[in-house]
Write a protein that binds this ligand. Structure first.
Ligand SMILES: C[S@@+](CC[C@H](N)C(=O)[O-])C[C@H]1O[C@@H](n2cnc3c(N)ncnc32)[C@H](O)[C@@H]1O
Length: 296
């Protein structure tokens, strides 16, 4: 633990482990357990991450990512995340238990209970729906088109900016007509005649999103052959909802750096940690390609 966190810029603290840097962030290669221990207390505004899903040794690093890994190593990592998160920050955990022998795994629910015991507030469960889920055929299951994005916080006073992620309203014609019949969609006005009602809009053009997030899986070219990347819209959504420009976003299981890319584009500072250099190495090219779209 660091003695005087106010003296440290968390992005600078990881500079010696950097594989890549920008004006706003650093991508560090290494085990996030070690890297997190270098960060000062309460310096991160938002964690958005997707750890390796259970029982998927496909990252080729010798780790099985089974239930024991989650109850041990992952627990140690989330303890560090609790330490480095600011009091009004959030931790978005993207997770889905797999199905085995005709049964859906329950680790996704156990994780929620374990994290609550660790001291986290279970603030929300967003559902990520995929219109075109990965192909597959099972005897008694359909294609899996949903994943969870659990929001954990340190307190009930987390920062929240739905106005930064408004979505176009999708009123269909019938909906508009129905709304026009409702009394509360009219305002009383002071006409010179002393009476009168004026019809107001059937609804605003831009509305708050719901907890059902609809993003396609990532279909962009995959030079490092990473098996489980975020679609860029996923971290973009949570960064917009839960942080302000200039604040610090962390992804401890950074993979190909999708959270970092979203943070850079949205003018947030960022830290991405990844064990496997091959995956982290694609981030500079992704940043370069996206640069014309950056909003800084
Ligand atoms: C589900 S992937 C994340 C993908 C990422 N969201 C993206 O869009 O590319 C999980 C990543 O965690 C990495 N990882 C596993 N254990 C780790 C550890 N102890 N420290 C840092 N990274 C780790 C894996 O190599 C893998 O790339």
């Amino acid at each position: 633990m660091v003695a005087d966190p106010s003296l440290l810029n968390p992005v600078e603290v990881l500079a010696t482990h950097a594989s890549f840097r920008t004006d706003l962030g650093v991508s560090a290669v290494g085990d996030c357990r070690n890297l997190l221990s270098r960060l000062p207390d309460e310096c991160v505004d938002l964690v958005v991450t997707s750890p390796p899903y259970d029982g998927q040794p496909k990252y080729g690093d010798g780790e099985a990512y089974d239930r024991a890994w989650y109850s041990g190593t992952f627990h140690e990592i989330t303890a560090e995340l609790l330490r480095v998160l600011r009091p009004n920050g959030s931790f978005i955990l993207n997770y889905r238990s797999k199905r085995t022998n005709g049964e859906r795994g329950t680790l996704q629910y156990e994780l929620v209970l374990w994290l609550k015991e660790q001291g986290w507030v279970f603030a929300e469960d967003f559902v990520w729906g995929k219109p075109s889920p990965p192909p597959g055929r099972w005897n008694r299951h359909l294609k899996d088109a949903v994943e969870y994005c659990f929001q954990f916080t340190k307190s009930r006073e987390w920062q929240f900016h739905p106005e930064q992620v408004l979505r176009p309203a999708r009123w269909d014609r019938k909906d508009v007509e129905r709304r026009k019949q409702l009394a509360h969609n009219f305002v009383r006005v002071n006409e010179p005649s002393g009476h009168g009602r004026r019809r107001v809009n059937a609804g605003p053009d831009m509305v708050r999103p719901s907890t059902l997030l609809t993003f396609e899986p990532e279909f962009e070219p995959n030079p490092s052959e990473h098996p489980a990347r975020f679609p860029l819209e996923l971290p973009q959504f949570f960064i917009g909802l839960l942080t302000c420009p200039g604040e610090l976003v962390l992804d401890p299981f950074g993979g190909t750096g999708t959270t970092a890319l979203a943070a850079q584009q949205l003018g947030r500072r960022w830290i991405s940690m990844e064990l496997n250099e091959k995956y982290a190495s694609v981030l500079p090219a992704r940043m370069e390609k996206a640069r014309p779209r950056m909003v800084l």
